[in-house]
Design a protein around this ligand. Structure first.
Ligand code: 5GP
Ligand code: MN
Length: 319
């Protein structure tokens, strides 16, 4: 983030009174942590802040401060609209209808489409929360324990518990600073990364029973029927993709999650040396080289077939 952009961000938030902060659908820990972290910083500055996620806060993040103040719809007119952890504007869903255009885009995805007036995109940040922490420090904005809890959650989840290849000494120093501000690392880690509901584990079971492996490619699917059978209320894969990506002697893993409205959510994970974000872009999605996603129109069987074909090309270097 260059100095001019940081200053412009600071000036815009100082001037605004009523601020909307939004992030993407099927929110993960970085989306939630960035949204709440930035929202609480702005509130501490005396701003009136609305926090909106079209899908609401997933149950696994209900322990976070202010999670009960995140709404599914925006309301009224805003002086400033900030989008966090979102690589393209379609990913926010419909929350901006009639409420204006995004002013500020804070994100770390290499596939970010620069959709706002001020685009702050830092590809080497482990998580968007790291950028928000840096902004707060650079501009001497308020930081306290609840803010630190939200930010540390994003750092823990996007780095899969500090084990992704992009974890830097700086990210670890940021985690330490957040811990010094009072964030309880072991508890936040356990809540976000370790604990699973019985429904989520049953849902995993249904996915794991269908697992397929072929030429270093491993995949499975979760149908709407599986979701019902397991009583799982989320729209995501309950993080099953990160289980598949632990399988030895594989290069790329995929999970296909059937959605209502005739689409399929695809998640890719890849070992170092592969770039699945390119494959995801082919299907209208995006992400990072080792972790990407897309929501693809079509039925489960057809999407699976097309995506596997394109992913095999990525694997053989023809993608
Ligand atoms: P996941 O597979 O865990 O949903 O996402 C992996 C990565 O891909 C994350 O960085 C996430 O932001 C990105 N991603 C997931 N789904 C989509 C999508 O539909 N569109 C875009 N642009 N990125 C996505
Ligand atoms: Mn992120």
């Amino acid at each position: 983030m260059n100095k001019e952009k940081i200053q412009s961000f600071g000036d815009q938030v100082q001037r605004a009174e009523r601020i909307l902060v939004i992030s993407h659908t099927r929110p993960d820990g970085d989306a939630v942590g960035s949204l709440i972290g930035l929202g609480l910083i702005l509130e501490e500055m005396g701003k009136e802040v609305n926090l909106v996620l079209e899908d609401g806060i997933p149950k696994v993040f209900h322990h976070l401060p202010a999670s009960d103040r995140v709404f599914r719809e925006s309301a009224g007119v805003y002086d400033l609209i900030v989008v966090v952890d979102c690589s393209d504007i379609d990913r926010i869903g419909n929350v901006l209808d009639d409420h204006g255009e995004p002013d500020i885009n804070i994100d770390h995805h290499p596939t970010n489409t620069r959709f706002a007036s001020l685009n702050m995109v830092q590809e080497d940040a482990v998580a968007t929360v790291e950028m928000i922490y840096d902004l707060a420090v650079a501009l001497s904005l308020p930081l306290n324990q609840p803010i630190a809890e939200a930010l540390l959650t994003g750092l823990i989840t996007d780095s899969l518990g500090f084990r992704t290849s992009n974890v830097s000494p700086k990210a670890l120093r940021t985690a330490a600073k957040l811990q010094e501000l009072g964030a309880d690392l072991p508890t936040l880690y356990r809540k976000a990364m370790v604990e699973k509901s019985i429904e989520a584990v049953r849902y995993w079971g249904l996915g794991l029973a269908k697992i397929q492996l072929e030429d270093r490619l491993v995949w499975t699917s979760l149908s709407l029927e599986d979701r019902k059978l397991a009583d799982y209320t989320g729209r995501d894969d309950a993080d099953l993709i990160n289980v598949l990506s632990t399988i030895k002697d594989t290069d790329i893993s995929l999970v296909f999650v059937e959605q209502t409205k005739g689409t399929v959510k695809v998640s890719w994970r890849a070992q170092t040396g592969f770039d699945v974000s390119k494959t995801a872009i082919q299907f209208g999605g995006g992400g990072h080289k080792p972790a990407a996603g897309a929501e693809v129109k079509g039925n489960l069987e057809r999407v699976q077939e097309e995506v596997l074909k394109a992913t095999r090309e990525t694997l053989t270097g023809r993608g």
